[in-house]
Design a protein around this ligand. Structure first.
Ligand SMILES: Nc1ncnc2c1ncn2[C@@H]1O[C@H](COP(=O)(O)OP(=O)(O)OP(=O)(O)O)[C@@H](O)[C@H]1O
Length: 395
Protein backbone atom coordinates (compact mmCIF):
# COMPACT_ATOMS: atom_id res chain seq x y z
CA UNK A 1 0.00 0.00 0.00
CA UNK A 2 2.80 2.43 0.97
CA UNK A 3 6.10 1.39 -0.47
CA UNK A 4 9.47 3.09 0.01
CA UNK A 5 12.07 2.24 -2.63
CA UNK A 6 15.63 3.32 -1.87
CA UNK A 7 14.49 6.65 -0.51
CA UNK A 8 17.13 9.14 0.64
CA UNK A 9 16.58 12.64 1.97
CA UNK A 10 19.47 15.08 2.22
CA UNK A 11 18.65 18.55 3.48
CA UNK A 12 20.28 21.64 1.96
CA UNK A 13 22.81 21.86 4.79
CA UNK A 14 24.07 18.38 3.95
CA UNK A 15 22.24 16.49 6.74
CA UNK A 16 21.23 13.04 5.53
CA UNK A 17 18.00 12.54 7.47
CA UNK A 18 16.98 9.32 5.71
CA UNK A 19 19.43 7.05 3.94
CA UNK A 20 18.39 4.51 1.29
CA UNK A 21 15.17 3.49 2.99
CA UNK A 22 13.14 0.56 1.60
CA UNK A 23 10.10 -0.94 3.30
CA UNK A 24 6.43 -1.50 2.73
CA UNK A 25 3.31 -1.11 4.85
CA UNK A 26 0.57 -3.42 3.58
CA UNK A 27 -3.09 -2.50 3.25
CA UNK A 28 -4.74 -2.21 6.67
CA UNK A 29 -1.42 -2.60 8.42
CA UNK A 30 -0.28 -0.41 11.31
CA UNK A 31 3.46 0.15 11.13
CA UNK A 32 5.13 2.00 13.98
CA UNK A 33 8.32 3.93 13.25
CA UNK A 34 10.35 4.09 16.44
CA UNK A 35 13.76 5.46 17.24
CA UNK A 36 15.60 8.20 19.12
CA UNK A 37 15.21 11.89 18.43
CA UNK A 38 16.59 13.02 15.09
CA UNK A 39 16.78 9.58 13.46
CA UNK A 40 14.54 10.53 10.54
CA UNK A 41 11.07 9.33 11.54
CA UNK A 42 9.24 12.59 10.85
CA UNK A 43 11.13 13.11 7.61
CA UNK A 44 10.00 9.63 6.50
CA UNK A 45 6.42 10.45 7.30
CA UNK A 46 6.34 13.88 5.70
CA UNK A 47 7.68 12.47 2.46
CA UNK A 48 4.51 10.38 2.16
CA UNK A 49 2.21 13.41 1.94
CA UNK A 50 4.85 15.44 0.08
CA UNK A 51 5.43 18.00 2.79
CA UNK A 52 9.06 16.99 2.15
CA UNK A 53 10.39 15.75 -1.20
CA UNK A 54 12.91 12.90 -1.30
CA UNK A 55 16.35 13.53 -2.80
CA UNK A 56 16.54 10.04 -4.27
CA UNK A 57 14.30 7.00 -4.63
CA UNK A 58 10.53 6.84 -4.89
CA UNK A 59 7.45 6.26 -2.78
CA UNK A 60 4.46 4.36 -4.14
CA UNK A 61 0.94 4.69 -2.82
CA UNK A 62 -1.22 1.81 -3.97
CA UNK A 63 1.20 1.32 -6.85
CA UNK A 64 1.23 4.99 -7.92
CA UNK A 65 4.46 6.98 -7.71
CA UNK A 66 3.45 9.88 -5.47
CA UNK A 67 5.81 12.32 -7.21
CA UNK A 68 3.36 12.22 -10.12
CA UNK A 69 0.31 12.96 -7.96
CA UNK A 70 -0.74 16.53 -7.30
CA UNK A 71 0.07 17.15 -3.59
CA UNK A 72 -3.41 18.49 -2.84
CA UNK A 73 -5.05 15.45 -4.42
CA UNK A 74 -2.58 13.22 -2.63
CA UNK A 75 -3.32 14.69 0.79
CA UNK A 76 -7.01 13.98 0.33
CA UNK A 77 -6.14 10.29 0.36
CA UNK A 78 -4.10 10.65 3.52
CA UNK A 79 -5.24 11.58 7.03
CA UNK A 80 -2.62 13.35 9.12
CA UNK A 81 -2.54 13.50 12.92
CA UNK A 82 0.17 15.37 14.78
CA UNK A 83 1.04 16.00 18.38
CA UNK A 84 0.02 19.66 18.47
CA UNK A 85 -3.39 18.75 17.14
CA UNK A 86 -3.73 22.08 15.36
CA UNK A 87 -7.45 22.53 15.91
CA UNK A 88 -8.89 25.90 14.88
CA UNK A 89 -9.50 27.69 18.20
CA UNK A 90 -12.47 29.72 16.97
CA UNK A 91 -14.31 26.80 15.45
CA UNK A 92 -16.39 24.30 17.36
CA UNK A 93 -15.38 20.68 17.72
CA UNK A 94 -17.95 19.69 15.11
CA UNK A 95 -16.73 22.34 12.65
CA UNK A 96 -13.13 21.32 13.24
CA UNK A 97 -13.96 17.69 12.55
CA UNK A 98 -15.81 18.64 9.38
CA UNK A 99 -12.83 20.63 8.04
CA UNK A 100 -11.78 18.15 5.36
CA UNK A 101 -15.30 17.34 4.09
CA UNK A 102 -15.78 21.13 3.91
CA UNK A 103 -12.57 21.52 1.87
CA UNK A 104 -13.71 18.69 -0.36
CA UNK A 105 -16.87 20.67 -1.10
CA UNK A 106 -19.32 18.35 0.64
CA UNK A 107 -22.72 19.82 1.42
CA UNK A 108 -22.67 21.40 4.91
CA UNK A 109 -25.30 19.02 6.33
CA UNK A 110 -23.53 15.92 5.03
CA UNK A 111 -20.18 17.12 6.38
CA UNK A 112 -21.60 17.77 9.81
CA UNK A 113 -23.41 14.45 9.85
CA UNK A 114 -20.17 12.67 9.04
CA UNK A 115 -18.31 14.71 11.67
CA UNK A 116 -20.88 13.73 14.32
CA UNK A 117 -20.52 10.06 13.36
CA UNK A 118 -16.75 10.28 13.74
CA UNK A 119 -16.86 12.05 17.08
CA UNK A 120 -19.05 9.21 18.26
CA UNK A 121 -16.55 6.72 16.87
CA UNK A 122 -13.69 8.24 18.87
CA UNK A 123 -15.78 8.26 22.05
CA UNK A 124 -16.93 11.88 22.15
CA UNK A 125 -20.70 12.33 22.27
CA UNK A 126 -21.39 14.96 19.57
CA UNK A 127 -24.41 16.29 21.48
CA UNK A 128 -22.14 17.01 24.46
CA UNK A 129 -18.88 18.03 22.79
CA UNK A 130 -19.89 19.07 19.26
CA UNK A 131 -20.57 22.71 20.13
CA UNK A 132 -17.62 23.18 22.45
CA UNK A 133 -14.46 25.02 21.45
CA UNK A 134 -11.06 23.29 21.61
CA UNK A 135 -10.00 25.15 24.75
CA UNK A 136 -13.00 23.60 26.54
CA UNK A 137 -11.57 20.10 26.04
CA UNK A 138 -8.92 18.12 27.88
CA UNK A 139 -5.66 17.26 26.10
CA UNK A 140 -6.83 13.68 25.52
CA UNK A 141 -10.15 14.86 24.11
CA UNK A 142 -8.37 17.22 21.73
CA UNK A 143 -6.25 14.32 20.47
CA UNK A 144 -9.43 12.36 19.80
CA UNK A 145 -10.83 15.25 17.81
CA UNK A 146 -7.57 15.22 15.85
CA UNK A 147 -8.07 11.53 15.04
CA UNK A 148 -11.75 12.09 14.13
CA UNK A 149 -10.78 14.96 11.85
CA UNK A 150 -8.12 12.86 10.11
CA UNK A 151 -10.68 10.13 9.46
CA UNK A 152 -13.42 12.49 8.27
CA UNK A 153 -12.93 12.02 4.54
CA UNK A 154 -12.37 8.28 5.04
CA UNK A 155 -8.81 8.27 3.65
CA UNK A 156 -7.24 4.83 3.16
CA UNK A 157 -4.00 6.01 4.76
CA UNK A 158 -3.29 7.65 8.10
CA UNK A 159 -0.03 9.29 9.09
CA UNK A 160 0.29 9.80 12.82
CA UNK A 161 3.26 11.69 14.21
CA UNK A 162 3.53 11.20 17.98
CA UNK A 163 -0.23 11.80 18.25
CA UNK A 164 -0.41 10.83 21.93
CA UNK A 165 2.94 12.32 22.91
CA UNK A 166 1.59 15.33 24.77
CA UNK A 167 -0.83 13.62 27.16
CA UNK A 168 -0.12 12.03 30.52
CA UNK A 169 0.68 8.29 30.66
CA UNK A 170 -2.75 7.21 31.91
CA UNK A 171 -4.68 9.10 29.25
CA UNK A 172 -2.13 7.95 26.73
CA UNK A 173 -2.75 4.30 27.48
CA UNK A 174 -6.48 4.86 27.18
CA UNK A 175 -6.08 6.62 23.85
CA UNK A 176 -3.86 3.79 22.62
CA UNK A 177 -6.48 1.19 23.57
CA UNK A 178 -9.25 3.19 21.97
CA UNK A 179 -7.19 3.67 18.87
CA UNK A 180 -6.54 -0.08 18.60
CA UNK A 181 -10.27 -0.78 18.83
CA UNK A 182 -10.96 1.91 16.26
CA UNK A 183 -8.29 0.55 13.92
CA UNK A 184 -9.79 -2.95 14.22
CA UNK A 185 -12.97 -1.43 12.77
CA UNK A 186 -11.63 0.98 10.16
CA UNK A 187 -8.51 -0.95 9.10
CA UNK A 188 -6.52 1.96 7.69
CA UNK A 189 -2.98 1.66 6.50
CA UNK A 190 -1.17 3.56 9.24
CA UNK A 191 2.35 4.89 9.68
CA UNK A 192 2.69 5.83 13.34
CA UNK A 193 5.76 7.69 14.60
CA UNK A 194 6.79 7.37 18.22
CA UNK A 195 10.00 7.46 20.22
CA UNK A 196 8.46 5.18 22.84
CA UNK A 197 9.22 1.50 22.33
CA UNK A 198 6.31 0.48 24.61
CA UNK A 199 3.90 2.39 22.41
CA UNK A 200 5.47 0.94 19.25
CA UNK A 201 5.11 -2.61 20.61
CA UNK A 202 1.59 -2.07 21.77
CA UNK A 203 0.20 -0.60 18.60
CA UNK A 204 2.28 -1.91 15.73
CA UNK A 205 1.47 -4.92 13.56
CA UNK A 206 5.09 -4.38 12.59
CA UNK A 207 7.74 -2.07 13.94
CA UNK A 208 10.47 -0.25 12.04
CA UNK A 209 13.29 0.41 14.50
CA UNK A 210 15.34 3.36 13.27
CA UNK A 211 19.03 3.95 13.77
CA UNK A 212 20.54 7.10 12.25
CA UNK A 213 18.48 7.56 9.05
CA UNK A 214 18.18 3.81 8.49
CA UNK A 215 15.89 1.01 9.56
CA UNK A 216 17.81 -1.43 11.73
CA UNK A 217 14.97 -3.94 12.00
CA UNK A 218 11.51 -4.24 10.47
CA UNK A 219 9.53 -7.01 12.14
CA UNK A 220 6.62 -7.98 14.34
CA UNK A 221 6.78 -6.60 17.91
CA UNK A 222 7.35 -10.08 19.35
CA UNK A 223 10.27 -10.71 17.01
CA UNK A 224 11.87 -7.33 17.64
CA UNK A 225 11.67 -8.00 21.39
CA UNK A 226 12.53 -11.69 21.20
CA UNK A 227 15.24 -11.54 18.57
CA UNK A 228 16.71 -8.08 18.12
CA UNK A 229 18.55 -8.04 14.78
CA UNK A 230 21.52 -5.97 15.97
CA UNK A 231 23.14 -4.92 19.24
CA UNK A 232 21.76 -1.42 18.58
CA UNK A 233 18.17 -2.75 18.50
CA UNK A 234 18.78 -4.87 21.61
CA UNK A 235 20.03 -1.78 23.36
CA UNK A 236 17.13 0.34 22.15
CA UNK A 237 14.42 -2.09 23.20
CA UNK A 238 16.10 -2.35 26.58
CA UNK A 239 17.40 -4.92 28.98
CA UNK A 240 13.86 -5.54 30.17
CA UNK A 241 12.67 -6.65 26.76
CA UNK A 242 11.66 -9.97 28.32
CA UNK A 243 9.17 -8.06 30.43
CA UNK A 244 7.97 -6.01 27.48
CA UNK A 245 7.39 -9.25 25.68
CA UNK A 246 4.71 -10.11 28.19
CA UNK A 247 2.48 -7.53 26.58
CA UNK A 248 2.64 -9.38 23.27
CA UNK A 249 2.45 -12.96 24.57
CA UNK A 250 -1.13 -14.21 24.87
CA UNK A 251 -2.64 -16.57 27.45
CA UNK A 252 -2.95 -19.94 25.74
CA UNK A 253 -5.32 -22.79 26.43
CA UNK A 254 -2.41 -24.99 27.58
CA UNK A 255 -1.68 -22.47 30.35
CA UNK A 256 -4.98 -23.23 32.06
CA UNK A 257 -5.81 -25.51 34.97
CA UNK A 258 -9.18 -27.23 35.34
CA UNK A 259 -10.50 -26.77 38.88
CA UNK A 260 -13.67 -28.45 40.18
CA UNK A 261 -16.76 -26.94 38.62
CA UNK A 262 -20.28 -26.76 40.04
CA UNK A 263 -23.48 -25.31 38.62
CA UNK A 264 -25.80 -22.69 40.07
CA UNK A 265 -28.69 -25.09 40.53
CA UNK A 266 -26.67 -27.89 42.16
CA UNK A 267 -27.81 -28.66 45.74
CA UNK A 268 -25.32 -27.09 48.11
CA UNK A 269 -24.86 -30.19 50.24
CA UNK A 270 -23.88 -32.27 47.22
CA UNK A 271 -21.53 -29.59 45.87
CA UNK A 272 -19.68 -29.02 49.13
CA UNK A 273 -19.46 -32.75 49.92
CA UNK A 274 -17.85 -33.24 46.53
CA UNK A 275 -15.36 -30.43 47.08
CA UNK A 276 -14.36 -31.80 50.47
CA UNK A 277 -14.02 -35.31 49.06
CA UNK A 278 -11.70 -33.93 46.35
CA UNK A 279 -9.77 -31.89 48.90
CA UNK A 280 -10.59 -28.67 46.98
CA UNK A 281 -10.98 -25.37 48.82
CA UNK A 282 -13.16 -23.79 46.16
CA UNK A 283 -14.92 -24.45 42.89
CA UNK A 284 -15.83 -22.38 39.87
CA UNK A 285 -19.58 -21.79 39.51
CA UNK A 286 -21.12 -21.91 36.05
CA UNK A 287 -24.63 -21.08 34.91
CA UNK A 288 -26.88 -23.38 32.87
CA UNK A 289 -25.01 -22.45 29.67
CA UNK A 290 -21.61 -23.27 31.18
CA UNK A 291 -20.82 -19.57 31.35
CA UNK A 292 -18.75 -18.19 34.19
CA UNK A 293 -20.85 -17.01 37.10
CA UNK A 294 -18.45 -16.95 40.03
CA UNK A 295 -16.91 -19.19 42.64
CA UNK A 296 -17.84 -20.89 45.86
CA UNK A 297 -15.65 -21.86 48.84
CA UNK A 298 -15.79 -25.44 50.08
CA UNK A 299 -17.21 -23.94 53.28
CA UNK A 300 -17.84 -25.64 56.56
CA UNK A 301 -20.43 -28.25 57.33
CA UNK A 302 -22.65 -25.62 58.99
CA UNK A 303 -22.96 -23.75 55.68
CA UNK A 304 -23.61 -26.97 53.82
CA UNK A 305 -26.30 -27.93 56.31
CA UNK A 306 -28.13 -24.67 55.64
CA UNK A 307 -29.41 -26.29 52.47
CA UNK A 308 -30.51 -24.65 49.25
CA UNK A 309 -28.53 -24.51 46.05
CA UNK A 310 -25.13 -23.22 45.04
CA UNK A 311 -26.88 -20.10 43.69
CA UNK A 312 -27.51 -18.68 47.18
CA UNK A 313 -23.88 -19.01 48.22
CA UNK A 314 -21.98 -18.32 44.99
CA UNK A 315 -19.77 -15.25 44.92
CA UNK A 316 -19.23 -13.13 41.83
CA UNK A 317 -15.92 -13.53 40.03
CA UNK A 318 -14.44 -10.21 39.00
CA UNK A 319 -10.93 -11.38 38.12
CA UNK A 320 -11.35 -12.83 34.65
CA UNK A 321 -9.86 -12.39 31.20
CA UNK A 322 -10.54 -13.76 27.75
CA UNK A 323 -8.18 -16.31 26.21
CA UNK A 324 -5.53 -14.51 24.17
CA UNK A 325 -5.26 -11.55 26.55
CA UNK A 326 -1.60 -10.65 27.12
CA UNK A 327 0.24 -12.25 30.05
CA UNK A 328 1.06 -8.78 31.31
CA UNK A 329 -2.65 -8.15 31.75
CA UNK A 330 -3.11 -11.49 33.50
CA UNK A 331 -0.38 -10.53 35.91
CA UNK A 332 -1.81 -7.10 36.63
CA UNK A 333 -5.36 -8.48 36.96
CA UNK A 334 -4.10 -10.94 39.54
CA UNK A 335 -2.42 -8.15 41.47
CA UNK A 336 -5.31 -5.75 41.12
CA UNK A 337 -7.76 -8.24 42.62
CA UNK A 338 -5.31 -9.77 45.02
CA UNK A 339 -6.58 -13.00 43.49
CA UNK A 340 -5.11 -16.46 43.98
CA UNK A 341 -6.30 -17.33 40.48
CA UNK A 342 -8.14 -15.75 37.60
CA UNK A 343 -10.83 -17.26 35.42
CA UNK A 344 -10.30 -17.42 31.68
CA UNK A 345 -13.22 -17.31 29.28
CA UNK A 346 -13.48 -17.68 25.51
CA UNK A 347 -11.71 -15.30 23.15
CA UNK A 348 -14.94 -13.65 22.06
CA UNK A 349 -15.79 -12.85 25.69
CA UNK A 350 -19.20 -14.52 25.49
CA UNK A 351 -18.57 -15.84 28.99
CA UNK A 352 -17.88 -19.51 28.16
CA UNK A 353 -15.56 -20.79 30.89
CA UNK A 354 -12.30 -22.38 29.73
CA UNK A 355 -10.21 -22.80 32.86
CA UNK A 356 -8.23 -20.87 35.43
CA UNK A 357 -4.80 -19.35 35.48
CA UNK A 358 -2.97 -19.88 38.77
CA UNK A 359 0.21 -18.10 39.89
CA UNK A 360 2.20 -21.30 39.20
CA UNK A 361 0.87 -21.60 35.65
CA UNK A 362 1.32 -17.88 35.08
CA UNK A 363 4.91 -18.22 36.17
CA UNK A 364 5.46 -21.03 33.64
CA UNK A 365 3.87 -18.91 30.93
CA UNK A 366 6.06 -15.93 31.84
CA UNK A 367 9.13 -18.16 31.55
CA UNK A 368 7.93 -19.43 28.19
CA UNK A 369 7.49 -15.87 27.02
CA UNK A 370 10.82 -14.61 28.31
CA UNK A 371 12.76 -17.60 27.02
CA UNK A 372 11.12 -17.65 23.62
CA UNK A 373 13.48 -16.78 20.83
CA UNK A 374 12.46 -15.64 17.41
CA UNK A 375 9.01 -17.16 17.59
CA UNK A 376 6.31 -15.22 15.83
CA UNK A 377 3.87 -14.57 18.60
CA UNK A 378 0.88 -12.65 17.28
CA UNK A 379 0.11 -9.37 18.93
CA UNK A 380 -2.76 -9.88 21.30
CA UNK A 381 -5.65 -7.96 19.85
CA UNK A 382 -8.21 -8.83 22.45
CA UNK A 383 -9.37 -5.82 24.36
CA UNK A 384 -10.02 -6.79 27.90
CA UNK A 385 -12.60 -5.17 30.11
CA UNK A 386 -10.96 -3.34 32.92
CA UNK A 387 -12.62 -4.50 36.07
CA UNK A 388 -12.67 -1.58 38.42
CA UNK A 389 -14.53 -2.81 41.43
CA UNK A 390 -13.33 -5.60 43.60
CA UNK A 391 -16.33 -7.21 45.18
CA UNK A 392 -14.73 -10.51 45.91
CA UNK A 393 -11.20 -11.66 46.37
CA UNK A 394 -10.75 -15.25 45.32
CA UNK A 395 -9.31 -17.59 47.93
N1 LIG B 1 14.72 21.33 7.33
C1 LIG B 1 15.79 20.69 7.78
N2 LIG B 1 17.03 21.11 7.45
C2 LIG B 1 18.12 20.46 7.88
N3 LIG B 1 18.09 19.36 8.67
C3 LIG B 1 16.89 18.92 9.05
C4 LIG B 1 15.67 19.55 8.64
N4 LIG B 1 14.64 18.87 9.16
C5 LIG B 1 15.17 17.86 9.90
N5 LIG B 1 16.52 17.88 9.82
C6 LIG B 1 17.46 16.94 10.44
O1 LIG B 1 17.20 15.65 9.91
C7 LIG B 1 17.36 14.67 10.93
C8 LIG B 1 16.07 13.86 11.06
O2 LIG B 1 15.03 14.71 11.52
P1 LIG B 1 13.56 14.16 11.80
O3 LIG B 1 12.72 15.31 12.22
O4 LIG B 1 13.11 13.37 10.64
O5 LIG B 1 13.83 13.20 13.04
P2 LIG B 1 12.84 12.47 14.04
O6 LIG B 1 13.31 11.08 14.14
O7 LIG B 1 11.44 12.70 13.62
O8 LIG B 1 13.14 13.23 15.37
P3 LIG B 1 12.17 13.61 16.60
O9 LIG B 1 11.80 12.34 17.26
O10 LIG B 1 13.06 14.47 17.46
O11 LIG B 1 11.02 14.38 16.02
C9 LIG B 1 17.74 15.42 12.18
O12 LIG B 1 19.14 15.38 12.32
C10 LIG B 1 17.27 16.83 11.92
O13 LIG B 1 18.06 17.78 12.61
Amino acid sequence: MIRFEHVTKRYADGTTAVDDLSFEAGEGELVTLVGPSGCGKTTTMKMVNRLIEPTEGRILLDGDDISAIDPVQLRRRIGYVIQQVGLFPHRTVLENTATVPHLLGWKRGKGRERAAELLDLVGLDPSVYGDRYPEQLSGGQRQRVGVARALAADPPVLLMDEPFGAVDPVVRERLQNEFLKLQARVRKTVLFVTHDIEEAVRLGDRIAVYGQGRIEQFDSPATVLGAPATPYVADFVGADRGLKRLSVTPIEESDLDQPPVVHLDDPLTRATARLRAEGARWAVVLDGHDNLHGWIPAGDSATAASGGTVREHARRMEAWLPLGAPLKQAFSTMLQHDAGWIAVIDKESTGRFLGVLTPARLHEALRRSIDADAQHVPRATVAVETVTSVTTAAP
